[in-house]
Design a protein around this ligand. Structure first.
Ligand code: FAD
Length: 390
């Protein structure tokens, strides 16, 4: 740990500005006060604490990179990454709420929306007055979103929307949904659908063993009349949703490191306190191997996302680079969580420690926003020029 109490084996703090460190500290304090004391209970009870939405707005967790004139933070991508890292250190479900709102709802409205849409929606989303969700995945189209069948028909003064989306974070509690659907020409368009529009429902998905403090549901569109002005005018095709996913995946690449750090710190502390055979278990080589490998992998991932953040600040990060970092961080964090679970022995399966909750959460994180396999194939396609997933 560094002097400020952060796991930082390679003095990555030396690469951060004072502003970055202040932002990180303020989110860390927020998580300690507003999330950590209750998260085990929320997760055990499968409860989404809807009051957290306004609090996230107040602390600046929604849309950190969106310009301030629309209510965003106007911050750089390193700040955004640090915010996601600290929130996910608290819980991946909480980070999901924040990154869906910022990257998958505010970002497309900012990047592809009209000035009227930006002014109407972004300040309310930034402040947490409204919660948004992002509808891309369908029951029969997950890794292959281009196959979507949700459709819009131009009816003159409105679009008629029909179809369904599945596995949508925030959907049961949302006021607005950014939805991707095909028009009569088979082209993918984005629309802003508001709660209250006739024919629009958001049934909740129950019985999850993962992300239990985050609400997940469906979006069902049964002849929904969407006003023409709710179409995102400045994008067409799969590049629309994929652009949003780049931003969210970037946040996950940082966020998962927060989980890994939490698991590592808990395991290190536990191994120094827990005695067996007359000495701390940290004295045994097998436990040291686990801990040493954890901190090595965390450090490699920290350096990777820092460099990716600098590339993003310069507008140079590619989608394939983001895929690599998302995949690496989540896989690394899941491995760290499993090893930490073992170091905690039987205690590791209880809610006394955050490990098992993190581990179960990561089983979603490794699947959503592009699965582990698909991200590997994106790297494969990038380096060979041959797409193996189509
Ligand atoms: P499938 O695509 O059916 O994949 C199943 C398996 O097959 C995977 O292992 C996959 O890697 C593999 N596979 C598929 N195609 C290939 C291929 N070509 N080559 C090799 N292997 C392949 N979606 C949203 O739109 N919005 C959200 O807010 C959202 N939130 C979510 C929250 C949670 C908790 C979860 C679990 C999912 C969420 N999703 C969301 C959906 C998520 O993005 C999808 O689950 C994901 O894209 C995978 O789709 P699928 O589940 O249909 O799996």
């Amino acid at each position: 740990m560094n002097a400020a109490g952060f796991t930082d084996y390679y003095d990555i703090d030396g690469l951060l500005t004072e502003e970055h460190k202040l932002i990180r500290q303020s989110i860390r304090d927020f998580v300690k006060k507003e999330i950590s004391p209750s998260i085990e209970k929320w997760a055990q009870d499968n409860h989404f604490p809807s009051e957290i939405v306004k609090k996230f707005g107040d602390v600046g967790a929604f849309g950190p990179t969106i310009p301030t004139e629309y209510g965003g933070g106007g911050l750089d991508y390193i700040s955004y990454g640090l915010i996601m890292q600290e929130i996910e250190r608290g819980d991946s479900g909480m980070r999901s709420t924040a990154s869906v709102q910022g990257s998958l709802v505010m970002y497309p409205i900012y990047a592809y929306g009209s000035e009227e849409q930006r002014k109407k929606y972004l300040p309310k989303l930034a402040s947490g007055e409204w919660l948004g969700c992002f509808g891309l995945t369908e029951p029969d189209h997950g890794s292959n979103p281009g196959g979507m069948v949700t459709k819009i028909e131009d009816k003159g003064d409105y679009y008629l929307l029909n179809g369904a989306k599945l596995w949508i974070s925030n959907s049961p509690e949302c006021q607005v949904a950014v939805v991707w659907a095909k028009n009569e020409q088979g082209r993918i368009k984005g629309l802003i659908v508001e709660r209250g529009m006739e024919g629009f429902t958001t049934p909740e998905i129950h019985n999850k063993w993962s992300l239990r403090a985050s609400c997940t549901g469906e979006l069902v569109f049964d002849n929904v009349k969407v006003p023409k002005e709710n179409l995102l005018p400045n994008v067409e095709g799969l590049r629309g949703p994929l652009g949003c996913l780049d931003s969210a995946r970037y946040g996950i690449a940082w966020g998962a490191i927060g989980v890994a750090i939490d698991c590592y710190e808990s395991a290190l502390k536990y191994s120094l306190e827990r005695e067996q055979f007359g000495k701390p278990i940290a004295a045994f080589q097998l436990q040291q191997k686990k801990l040493a490998e954890m901190i090595t992998e965390i450090t490699k991932a920290q350096l990777m996302v820092w460099r990716l953040g600098m590339l993003k600040n310069e507008g140079k990060a590619t989608s394939a680079q983001i895929s690599m970092a998302k995949r690496n961080s989540v896989d690394m964090a899941l491995h760290v969580a499993r090893e930490a679970r073992q170091i905690h022995g039987g205690m590791g399966i209880t809610g006394e420690y955050p490990i098992m909750r993190h581990m179960m959460n990561l089983e979603s994180v490794i699947t959503y926003e592009g699965t582990h396999d698909i991200h590997l194939l994106i790297t494969g396609a990038d380096i060979t020029g041959i797409q193996a997933f189509k």
